[in-house]
Design a protein around this ligand. Structure first.
Ligand code: CAO
Length: 421
């Protein structure tokens, strides 16, 4: 696989990208070593990703890394120099025969470039550092790799770690989130008419796995409510007109971000994450916003929403959603959220049940505001009513608290003077 030629000085080896088939200019998505590291034969050096697969490049030698010639984001092909290694010169430093190890791009390993979001919480954030092949192995066994402590180099999770985890889970009778359900049968759709098969996008594959994990692991309940946003919307339109010259469009979502923070400050359990038997209460207010892109759902995070005004938030919303649709969102843009807002208000609908973006404990779904006759002081008056759907983790939040949270949120949106409280 790698170049085996000796370079100046005994025991100095160059390690090159091995034969990776017909691929050229392949993305480096993870670099596991740095100069000074002592590595063994077969330790993973890099993870490469093509549009079809992610693959590990193992070291053909043991030794000390002297020079590293690639970094994340580089594009490499067969024979690109990866690193220079000082080998011990014994049998342990002989080249290994194994080729690069490929795993499907759907592997959460591809999530080294993805976030702590419905799309991607698994990989880069909470522990569970592992190669794509090991992630795939864990996924096939239904194991959340983030729960496994790695015994490999720099804490990487090995195949043995996964096997051990499964064995001990079975022995203790705590199968984690494993469900005893029948597999879905295979269907021959073509038997019934013409079909076209289209591959899922990488984002859809990653977000699908994470949404599924969140859906089965978290006991969800959704609380529905309506906020009278007649006054807020009047002010919003006025503000939008004022800022039109600066090309800033103010949608109801900017107000919802502010209102959500006010409610989170009032109900700290909603601004929290479960950590074993503890609840981590966050004192910062970073809010994720679900953005619909042609390739699937992404959830960039707006930082310190409590410290920003509605106009600033409207501006950031436009920037971040444009960035998402141009596929320029980075892993960092999607990490560290405390709470998520999923707004389908621009599209339509009366209510929906959003899936919690773990490790968060609640999410706000927003549907389309419509004019409704509301009975007030003995008569029906037309009011603009905004449907709210709050899904919450019932392990952390009781129904009564969720009803109080939704009611409070609706009150804040109905009377935005409360944002100043
Ligand atoms: N009720 C009524 N009208 C609404 C509204 C609501 N709740 N929310 C937005 N609107 C209006 C806006 O004011 C805007 O009106 P004009 O075109 O007349 O100015 C229009 O709908 C379009 O708004 P928008 O969608 O461009 O902007 P936004 O700030 O509301 O949303 C964003 C931005 C990025 C969240 C949105 O574009 C998006 O991607 N939404 C989909 C999120 C999603 O897929 N969620 C599901 C996740 S679970 O699968």
């Amino acid at each position: 696989m790698a170049d085996t030629s000796s370079k100046p000085g005994a025991g100095i080896k160059q390690v090159l990208v091995p034969d990776i088939g017909d691929y050229k200019g392949v993305n480096v998505i993870e670099v596991m070593v740095k100069p000074g590291d002592a590595i063994n034969v077969d330790d993973t050096l890099l993870t490469l990703e093509t549009d079809k697969a992610a693959m590990d490049v193992p070291s053909p030698y043991a030794g000390i890394v002297k020079e590293l010639h690639v970094e994340i984001g580089d594009k490499v092909s067969k024979d690109t120099l990866i690193l220079v290694l000082e080998t011990a010169g014994d049998t342990a430093s002989e080249p290994a025969a194994e080729p690069a190890k490929a795993a499907p791009a759907a592997s959460p390993a591809a999530a080294t470039v993805t976030p702590s979001s419905p799309l991607s919480t698994a990989a880069a954030s909470a522990g569970g550092h592992a190669s794509p092949a090991i992630r795939r192995f864990a996924r096939e066994l239904g194991v959340d790799i983030a729960r496994i402590s790695g015994s490999g180099t720099k804490g990487r999770v090995t195949k043995e770690d996964v096997q051990l985890f499964v064995k001990s889970a079975l022995a203790s009778g705590t199968g984690g989130s494993s469900f005893q359900v029948a597999d879905m049968p295979a269907f021959d759709f073509a038997k019934y008419g013409a079909i076209e098969t289209v591959p899922l996008s990488r984002i859809q594959k990653i977000s699908g796995a994470n949404l599924h994990r969140n859906w089965v692991n978290i006991p969800h309940v959704t609380q529905f409510d309506e906020a009278d946003i007649t006054d807020m919307d009047e002010f919003r339109k006025q503000l939008s007109a004022e800022y039109a010259a600066q090309n800033i469009k103010i949608t109801p979502l900017a107000f919802m971000l502010k209102a959500a923070v006010t409610a989170l400050q009032h109900f700290p359990k909603f601004n929290a994450s479960l950590d074993g038997e503890n609840l981590v209460l966050k004192q910062y207010f970073h809010i994720g916003v679900a953005v619909d892109t042609p390739d699937g759902l992404v959830v960039p995070v707006l930082r310190d929403v409590d410290k920003k005004g509605v106009v600033q938030l409207a501006k950031e919303l436009a920037e971040i959603s444009a960035k998402a649709r141009e596929k320029k969102i980075t892993a960092a843009d999607m990490q560290g959220g405390c709470f998520t807002i999923s707004s389908l208000g621009g599209i339509g609908g009366t209510a929906f049940t959003p899936i919690i973006n773990a490790p968060e404990v609640a999410i706000l779904g927003v549907s389309r505001a419509v004019m409704k006759p509301v009975y007030q002081e003995g008569e029906f008056v037309p009011r603009l009513m905004l449907p709210l759907s709050v899904s919450y983790d019932h392990r952390v939040i009781d129904g009564a608290l969720a009803a109080r949270f939704s009611t409070y949120l609706a009150q804040v949106l109905s009377d935005i003077r409360r944002l100043a409280l």
